[in-house]
Design a protein around this ligand. Structure first.
Ligand SMILES: Cc1ncc(COP(=O)(O)O)c(C=O)c1O
Length: 367
C-alpha cells in the first residue's frame, strides 16, 4: 500500500542528524567542556555589555540589512560592506548557499574528514555529497579536482578543517580555484582563521575579491566567544550576495547578536588575548600529549586531534569514558571517520593541565 503520509523531499531522510558535543558528565561536580571548540576566555566584556544594553529594546524588529555590523566588519577587514551578508551563525550562511544553488541530483564535494554539516546541507537540498579522500588528514587538491563532475555545484573546504586542525596553504587554495570550472562555487569556511599563525595561510579575502565563484564564511562563535548568540558572516562576489539576500530570512540576525558582534569585532585587544592564549596552550598541549606516547595531529586551530591505539582498554572510547568520569568532556569523532581519535578544544590553563594529568593517568593504568 502506498503511504499517504506527507513525505519529505528525497535526501532528507538520508541525513544522520548532527550530534553536538556533549556538555555534561553525570555525577561529576565540576565539568570542563572541551568538546565544541568554544572560547576558554569567553567574549569581550564590551560584547556582553552591548548584548545587555540591547535588551532595553526587544520590542523592535532588528535591522534586516544588519548594516551597522556589516559596516563594522568592513572597517576591520577593509572590505566593501555591500559584499557582506550576516547570518545566524556561519551554519545559516552555509545552508543558504546550498539552498540557493543546489538542484536535485547535483553533487557537492567535501573532504573525507571535513565538517559534518556539509553532507547534511547537500542531502537537505536533494544533492549528493561526494566525500573525497584526504592525504595525512589534510584536504588533497588533486583528489578534489579528480572528483569534480558536470554535476558538481559546490566545493566546501573548511580551512583550517574541523576536526583535524590541518589547513591548506594559499597556493594550494589558488591552485584548486584555478582548476575548478567557473560555474562551481568554492566555499572557504574559515571558522578558525583567526587562530592560524602561518605565513602561507590566507582565509580567502584575496580570492573572493578577485574572482566570481569563491565565498568565504566566518563566525563569531570561536575567537569572539559568542557561540550562544549565533552570528556569522559571508564575504562573496556581488552576484552571489544578491542571490543569497533573496532567499535569506529578512531577520536572520537578531539585535542583541548584532550589537554584541560589533563590540566583539572592535575589541581587538580581547581578540589578541584569545589568539595569544590559544597559541601558547595549543603548542603546550601538543607537546605534553605527544610526550605521553599519543599521536597528535599538528593543528593550527583551537583544538587538537588525539589518536589512540586500537588495543582493548586503550582506545578512544576507553579514554573518553575515563576522562568523562573525571569531568573532562572531549569530542568523539567516529562520525567523521575517525573512530580512534578524540578532539580536544584548547581550554583554560586549569582545564589544559587537568586534561594532560588525566590522560597521563589513563595511559599509565592502561599500560
Ligand atoms: C568548520 C566549521 N564551520 C562552521 C561552523 C559553524 O559555526 P557557527 O557557530 O558559526 O554556525 C563550525 C562550528 O563548529 C565549524 O567547525
Amino acid at each position: 500500500m502506498t503511504s499517504t503520509r506527507p513525505q519529505p523531499r528525497p535526501g532528507v531522510l538520508d541525513i544522520a542528524p548532527y550530534v553536538p558535543g556533549k556538555s555534561s558528565a553525570p555525577g561529576v561536580a565540576k565539568v570542563y567542556k572541551l568538546s565544541s571548540n568554544e572560547s576558554p576566555l569567553g567574549p569581550s566584556a564590551k560584547a556582553v555589555a552591548a548584548y545587555k544594553a540591547a535588551a532595553a529594546r526587544l520590542e523592535d524588529y532588528p535591522d534586516g540589512a544588519v548594516t551597522e555590523l556589516r559596516v563594522a566588519i568592513g572597517r576591520v577587514f577593509g572590505l566593501d560592506p555591500e559584499r557582506i551578508i550576516c547570518g545566524a551563525g556561519s551554519d545559516d550562511l552555509l545552508n543558504l548557499l546550498a539552498h540557493a544553488y543546489l538542484r536535485d541530483g547535483d553533487e557537492v564535494i567535501y573532504t573525507a574528514h571535513g565538517f559534518l554539516m556539509y553532507p547534511i546541507y547537500a542531502f537537505g537540498h536533494g544533492a549528493k555529497p561526494v566525500a573525497v579522500p584526504e592525504k595525512d588528514l589534510t584536504a588533497d587538491v588533486d583528489a578534489i579536482l579528480a572528483a569534480v563532475s558536470e554535476r558538481t555545484r559546490i566545493v566546501f573546504i573548511a580551512n583550517p578543517n574541523n576536526p583535524t586542525g590541518t589547513y591548506l596553504p594559499f597556493d594550494e587554495i589558488k591552485r584548486l580555484h584555478q582548476n575548478l570550472p567557473s560555474n562551481v562555487i568554492l566555499v572557504l569556511d574559515a571558522a578558525y582563521a583567526e587562530y592560524v599563525q602561518r605565513n602561507d595561510y590566507e582565509a580567502g579575502i584575496e580570492l573572493v575579491a578577485t574572482t566570481e565563484n569563491v565565498v568565504m564564511c566566518r563566525t563569531f562563535s570561536k575567537i569572539h566567544g559568542l557561540a550562544a548568540v549565533r552570528l556569522g558572516w559571508l564575504y562573496g562576489p556581488a552576484h552571489i550576495v544578491d542571490t543569497i539576500n533573496r532567499v535569506r530570512n529578512p531577520f536572520n540576525v537578531n539585535t542583541p547578536a548584532m550589537k554584541s558582534g560589533i563590540a566583539a569585532i572592535e575589541d581587538t585587544a580581547h581578540v589578541q588575548k584569545s589568539i595569544a592564549h590559544n597559541a601558547h596552550w595549543l603548542a603546550w598541549l601538543t607537546d605534553e600529549i605527544s610526550k605521553l606516547g599519543l599521536k597528535v595531529t599538528p593543528s593550527v586551530a583551537n583544538f587538537v586531534l588525539i589518536h589512540f591505539p586500537d588495543t582493548k582498554g586503550r582506545t578512544a572510547k576507553d579514554a573518553d569514558e575515563f576522562l568523562t568520569k573525571r569531568g573532562l568532556i572531549l569530542r568523539r569523532v567516529s562520525a567523521y571517520g575517525l573512530p580512534n581519535a578524540l578532539r580536544l578544544t584548547v581550554g583554560t590553563e586549569e582545564a589544559n593541565r587537568l586534561v594532560v594529568r588525566t590522560l597521563a593517568e589513563f595511559v599509565r593504568q592502561a599500560a
